[in-house]
Design a protein around this ligand. Structure first.
Ligand code: DX5
Ligand code: ZN
Length: 225
C-alpha cells in the first residue's frame, strides 16, 4: 500500500471551510483530517459535530476525526452521525480504552452501511508506545503525535521518529494491518524520513493549507507518495 496524505483542516480558512475541503479533495488528498479540540484535553477549542456535518457534502473522502477531547466516549455517537469514517481517541484521555475502541467499531458508517466506523488511538509525544501493547490488534490506525497537540504550525519533534519505528515493529511482529499515521510538523522536508521510519499516513496542516496554494502543495506531496 502506498503512502496516504491526510490534510488537516485546522490550518484551512474556517470562513470558507466547505470550499477548502472541496479543493483539497480534488487535489488528490486521501483523507480529510479533522482536529477536534475542547479547551480541556488541549488548550485550544476548534470544531464540533455540527461543523463536521456541514462540511460532509463537500467531499466523498473518508473523514478522519481526531478527538483531542476529555471524555471522548461521550461524543462518539455525535461524530458518527455527523459523518466520521474514522474516529481517533487519545490514550491519555481514556482509562477504559479497550472498551472505547470496541464502542467506536460497533457503529455503522453512516456514509456506507456495509462498513463500520474505523478506530484509531493517538499518543502524545511523551507517551510510551507500550500503552498500545494490548490494544494494537483492535486498531485500524495508530496516530503518533509528533507535536504536543493543540495547535497547528509547530515543529516536528524528532524523538518521535524512534517511536514510529517501534510501533511499526510491533505491528509487523503481530502481522497486523494497522496503519501508522503521523501528525504534527510534517512537511515536504521531513516527509521522507518519517516514511522511512514507518509512517503509512502523513497528516499535514500548515504545509498544505498554510502555503496559500493548496493545489501546488498537494502536487508536491503526491510526488513523495
Ligand atoms: C495538532 C493537530 C494536527 C495539526 C497538524 O494538535 O492534531 O493535526 O493540525 O498541523 P501542522 O501540520 O501544521 O503541524
Ligand atoms: Zn490531528
Amino acid at each position: 500500500m502506498g503512502i496516504k496524505i491526510a490534510p488537516s483542516i485546522l490550518s484551512a480558512n474556517f470562513a470558507k471551510l466547505g470550499r477548502e475541503v472541496e479543493e483539497v479533495s480534488n487535489a488528490g488528498a486521501d483523507y480529510i483530517h479533522i482536529d477536534v479540540m475542547d479547551g480541556s484535553f488541549v488548550p485550544n477549542i476548534t470544531i464540533g459535530p455540527c461543523v463536521v456535518s456541514a462540511i460532509r457534502r463537500y467531499s466523498a473522502l473518508p473523514f478522519d476525526v481526531h478527538l483531542m477531547i476529555s471524555s471522548p466516549g461521550d461524543h462518539i455517537e455525535n461524530f458518527v452521525n455527523a459523518g466520521a469514517d474514522i474516529i481517533t481517541v487519545h490514550a491519555e484521555a481514556e482509562i477504559h480504552l479497550e472498551r472505547l475502541i470496541r464502542k467506536i467499531k460497533s457503529y455503522k458508517n453512516v456514509n456506507n452501511a456495509k462498513e463500520t466506523v474505523k478506530a484509531g488511538v493517538s499518543i502524545v509525544p511523551s507517551t510510551h508506545p507500550s500503552v498500545l501493547e494490548y490494544i494494537l490488534h483492535e486498531l485500524d490506525i495508530v496516530l503518533i503525535m509528533s507535536v504536543n497537540p493543540g495547535f497547528g504550525g509547530q515543529n516536528f519533534i524528532r524523538s518521535q521518529l524512534d517511536k514510529i519505528s517501534i510501533v511499526k515493529k510491533m505491528i509487523q511482529e503481530r502481522n497486523l494491518n494497522t496503519q501508522i499515521s503521523v501528525d504534527g510538523g510534517v512537511n515536504l522536508s521531513n516527509a521522507a524520513e518519517i516514511i522511512k521510519a514507518g509512517a503509512d499516513i502523513l497528516v499535514a496542516g500548515s504545509a498544505i493549507f498554510g502555503t496559500g496554494d493548496v493545489k501546488k502543495a498537494m502536487d508536491d506531496f503526491l510526488l513523495i507518495k
